[in-house]
Ligand binder design. Sequence first.
Ligand SMILES: [Zn+2]
Length: 77
Amino acid sequence: MSEYQEKAKECKCCSKHVPLPTVLREYNGTVVCPTTFSNIVEYKRLWESFGSRPMGSIRKHFSEYVQQIVEQSIDKN
Ligand SMILES: [Zn+2]
């Protein structure tokens, strides 16, 4: 197993997809790939602009994993 495969395991969305990330980001202590990180930032921005959980037509564009991380970050506030 390569170094990248080993690192990518920390992002739960990445253990299966290719290409694997060569750089990982961290959001609230959760290690994620840059793609997931961008999605988290965007979903969080939408949530804050609505002031509540975005409607299903918006949520469907984000993975369960992204939604879960954002919801956890909001619960803490
Ligand atoms: Zn990923």
